[in-house]
Design a protein around this ligand. Structure first.
Ligand code: ZN
Length: 589
């Protein structure tokens, strides 16, 4: 049948016309049908502007668009381009000089994927969700002319992109000048080894001998080695902003190179990393919920814990400072590791912490060991961010959503989603935690936020071992946003204190919120967190933590859950008592 069709066509059209008709519909891979779309997709230009080597590549790709894909398989693409050019040379369409020049030209691919634009990772997340829905409802997402309403706010997305770009440009430069591959040779060689074994060319090699040849060729190919090195030292990022009342994802940046979208990994939804100190709010939430006030003191002294494998471990504070007792408020503000460990041992039992984290939306496995207090259990950035939304939303969890409504081409609603709020914490506990996390921003480890953003906000930094992961999750009364910054290969890491969450991640948060709240077209209200009924402010004795008498020498104000007000100070009960030396040892309240 095809032969007959071809004959009929040949009678009516010239060869050139047939060729151009064919080129108008032929498949060039990655969803591109026709030469014009292919030119746009791969070279970001019109077909009429293509150079000779570019045209030759696209023609060569027709044989098997995926096999000769210039993005996944640049070497194969160069080889097939050369085949086409050589045919043209043999047919006398090219001179030797033209041939030589074209064959040595770089591929020059400027991949402009269909998913690029403001929020490619968000769009891809929507596409993947639609594909799942398609099975359920039996629609074809590419042909049925569906209209999909999403939760994305394009204005907020612009600010997210800008904040990430601006911060990472500077950070990448700084990192590149400090990271030393000579000191990390073994990481580089194992990364190259892995990249070669993942390469389809290696995979396709038929015999062990052929594989060995491919292996050695790639290993000594400086272009290949450079590309691995560059990928290894690229700072990655996941940024997400959610409206905690509705769960709507308002902005999402899935990677640092989101513009090319060559690399589809979404670092908001598809990675699991240790949160470090960004996990501590779950510990302190349990303590507060169990009736311990922010003024409760714990010893800031080294503590040794037994690890799951039976080894002993003595965690350090990041700044290495120990001494005396500190309040829960200050321990969170300055992110003191040993106090978080003592809290989980003394006032916030491990199983309760796990239970609270799960209730607040963490679905990843949290092993029942004290080390989780400083964030050794991996989490997904989206879930951690959403969990902080519970504090912003007065104890109510609304799980993140990103598709509002799907309509068919006639405007019939196929599916729509509505927020499902669940109360998971008391208003009082949520507010007390917010007030403690205000301290993190105001003078604590997250104070770089204040270089950009001045309105009421709260949050927590996180940093993991060897500066492999930097986190900041924070919120205003209206929005919660979380940022993870790190490397895809977590053996690559920041080299000094610039890898702390407060420096590597928090500035992105500040820049983003400044942009959003300054933009009148978005119209975010300027409000403060509201102290709810059931939370009271009281003056307490700084020494005993109990309600102050007129004789207490140092007084501070603190907020309390009204249910758990401390008793009146019983040390300073008369004018002379303020001179009595305070008892040693741990003091409750
Ligand atoms: Zn007192």
């Amino acid at each position: 049948r095809e032969a007959i069709t071809a004959v009929q066509i040949e009678r009516t059209y010239t060869k050139k016309e047939i060729l151009s008709m064919y080129l108008n519909v032929a498949y060039f891979g990655r969803g591109a049908y026709g030469l014009e779309s292919a030119a746009q997709l791969y070279f970001d230009k019109s077909a009429s502007e293509l150079t000779l080597p570019e045209t030759a590549l696209l023609i060569g790709m027709l044989r098997s668009p995926s096999r000769y894909d210039p993005i996944s398989h640049p070497q194969r693409a160069i080889a097939i381009r050369e085949v086409v050019l050589r045919n043209m040379l043999n047919d006398g369409e090219l001179t030797e000089a033209e041939f030589a020049k074209a064959r040595s030209a770089p591929l020059n691919v400027k991949y402009h994927g269909p998913s690029t634009g403001l929020a490619p990772h968000f769009v891809e997340m929507v596409r993947q969700a639609l594909e799942k829905e398609a099975e359920k409802y039996g629609f074809d997402i590419y042909r049925d002319g569906l209209t999909v309403y999403t939760t994305l706010d394009t204005r907020m997305q612009e600010y997210a992109n800008q904040a990430v770009d601006q911060h990472l440009q500077q950070y990448q430069k700084m990192f590149d000048s400090r990271w030393n591959w000579k000191k990390n040779q073994s990481i580089l060689w194992s990364a190259i080894d892995k990249a070669i074994k993942d390469n389809p060319e290696y995979d396709d090699a038929p015999t062990p001998q052929a594989k060995k040849e491919v292996y050695n060729r790639l290993k000594s190919n400086s272009f290949f080695v450079d590309s691995v090195r560059k990928a290894e030292q690229t700072i990655q990022v996941g940024f997400v902003c959610i409206d905690p009342k509705t769960g709507y994802i308002k902005a999402l940046v899935g990677a640092s190179n989101y513009k090319q979208f060559k690399y589809g990994l979404n670092h908001v939804t598809q990675i699991k990393r240790q949160p470090g100190s960004a996990f501590k709010p779950f510990v302190y939430t349990v303590a507060i919920d169990n009736g311990y006030p922010p003024s409760y003191k714990l010893l800031n002294q080294p503590v040794t814990i037994i690890m799951p494998d039976g080894t002993r471990w003595t965690p350090q504070n990041f700044e290495g400072e120990f001494g005396g007792e500190v309040t829960l408020r200050d321990a969170l503000k300055y992110s003191l590791n040993v106090v978080a460990i003592r809290a989980i041992q003394e006032i916030a039992p491990v199983n309760e912490v796990i239970d609270y984290a799960h209730r607040m939306g963490i679905t990843t496995y949290i092993p029942p060991y004290p080390s989780i207090a400083i964030g050794t259990a991996e989490v997904i950035p989206l879930e951690l961010t959403s969990a902080y939304g519970v504090f912003a939303n007065e104890g109510v969890l609304t799980k993140p959503i990103f598709i509002l409504k799907i309509e068919d081409k006639n405007g019939n609603v196929i599916e729509s989603s509505t927020p499902q709020p669940t109360e998971v914490l008391s208003k009082q506990t949520a507010y007390i935690m917010t007030d403690m996390m205000r301290g993190v921003v105001n003078g604590g480890t997250g104070s770089r936020v204040r270089n950009y953003f001045y309105l009421d906000c709260a949050g927590k930094t996180g940093t993991t071992q060897d500066y492999a992961d930097a986190w900041y999750v924070g919120y205003t009364p209206q929005l919660v946003a979380g940022i993870w910054v790190g490397f895809d290969d977590n053996r690559v890491h920041f080299t000094d204190a610039d890898g702390q969450g407060g420096r590597a991640a928090a500035p992105i948060w500040g820049m983003f919120m400044k942009g959003v709240y300054d933009d009148r077209s978005i119209g975010m209200p300027v409000t403060s967190f509201v102290q709810p009924e059931g939370v009271v402010t009281a003056t307490i004795c700084a020494q005993t933590g109990k309600l102050a008498t007129e004789f207490c020498p140092d007084k501070v104000t603190e907020i309390f859950n009204a249910k758990y007000l401390p008793p009146v100070c019983d040390v300073h009960t008369s004018p002379s008592s303020s001179k009595i030396p305070q008892p040693s040892g741990k003091i409750g309240y």
